[in-house]
Ligand binder design. Structure first.
Ligand code: NAP
Length: 299
């Protein structure tokens, strides 16, 4: 029986700041705190982590910034993930990468995330990737313990197909509210497969990772090269500050009402994303971008 009456839906900002690349930024705690405060002032209050990011070190770096001003925690939403084990972890006893969604691993992973992030609760916990080795009773027991103790407020999955998502939901007593998946003009799978139809019909929030293709905009990328003249034309037509704004509006205008996780560490690029949220891209222009990204005319 799903105890829906005890849950309220996860509500984070539609633009989420991803923390996967945090260690690459080489910031000290004060620099990170300043960045987080600027984001909060712009309405970006949700931060996406995973236990493994930065070889298990990104959460700690974030926690060190929060320690400087602990009161900011209550104004933010923290997402973390569990389920992947890396052999490169400090003091790891393992020799290879594997997935672990056992009760013990989920509970330990969340305790570590809480300790590293300097917080006593996560707003949202995701299972990072589907595993071929799952005991649903264990996952369910772990999730229920985490929910009942107030250590995790909401739950979801990441990189799951609709079919698998549905099977998990049938086995897990807490509502699974989010599927975090790769979506961008460089990765159209979610559009092509009809997955968005599933999310919309089940009121599941799709959260797009690598929405700018993880840096493909600066690479010599075929799809981007193909898109650029159109993006420049639309930039003039919609009078926006950058071609990137069009790519953001292309995501945010989709009826799935997806949220998106930016991986940038540039306030200017965060501003572009927010600008993209405010543009009403016409349906025809949405399809012009989509068709060029596909590289094939519509049937
Ligand atoms: N659930 C999962 O399996 C999964 C997988 C991957 C990622 N994620 C989450 O998604 C978040 C975002 O992923 P991502 O970092 O790949 O997203 P992204 O925003 O598509 O890519 C960010 C990277 O691209 C660069 N970039 C973005 N726009 C650019 C532009 N206009 N010009 C030049 N460079 C640009 C950024 O550099 P600058 O910092 O210099 O702007 C940064 O290195 C991660 O932090 C993580 O939280 C989840």
């Amino acid at each position: 029986v799903i105890k829906t009456e005890t849950f309220t839906a996860f509500k984070g900002s539609r633009l989420v700041q991803g923390m996967m690349r945090l260690k690459d930024w080489n910031w000290n705690a004060q620099q990170l705190l300043d960045y987080l405060l600027q984001l909060q002032a712009m309405g970006v209050d949700t931060f996406d982590h995973a236990d493994i990011y930065g070889n298990y070190q990104c959460e700690q770096a974030f926690g060190a910034a929060l320690k400087l001003q602990p009161q900011v925690r209550s104004q933010m939403k923290l997402i973390s993930k569990c389920g992947i084990v890396l052999p490169t972890a400090p003091q790891s006893l393992h020799q290879s990468k594997f997935y672990d969604v056992s009760k013990n691993h989920i509970l330990t992973s969340v305790e570590n995330s809480l300790k590293h992030l300097n917080t006593d609760y996560l707003d949202l916990l995701l299972v990072h990737r589907p595993s071929p080795f799952v005991d649903f009773q264990e996952v369910n027991e772990a999730f229920m313990l985490l929910f009942d103790s107030g250590k995790v407020l909401h739950f979801g999955l990441s990189n799951f197909s609709p079919q698998r998502f549905q099977i998990w939901q049938q086995q897990i007593e807490v509502p699974l509210e989010v599927n975090q998946v790769e979506v961008s003009v460089f990765q159209l799978q979610e559009f092509e497969s009809g997955n968005f139809d599933f999310y919309q019909s089940q009121h599941i929030l799709p959260m797009a990772w690598s929405p700018m293709g993880g840096g493909k905009l600066i690479e010599n990328n075929d799809i981007y090269t193909r898109l650029l003249p159109l993006l420049q034309e639309l930039k003039e037509e919609y009078r926006v500050s950058d071609v990137e704004v069009i790519l953001w509006s292309w995501l945010f205008n989709h009826p799935s009402k997806m949220s998106a996780i930016t991986g940038t560490h540039s306030i200017t690029k965060v501003k572009s994303a927010i600008e993209g949220m405010q543009i009403n891209l016409s349906l025809e222009d949405w399809y012009r971008v989509y068709t060029l990204a596909r590289g094939q005319r519509l049937p």
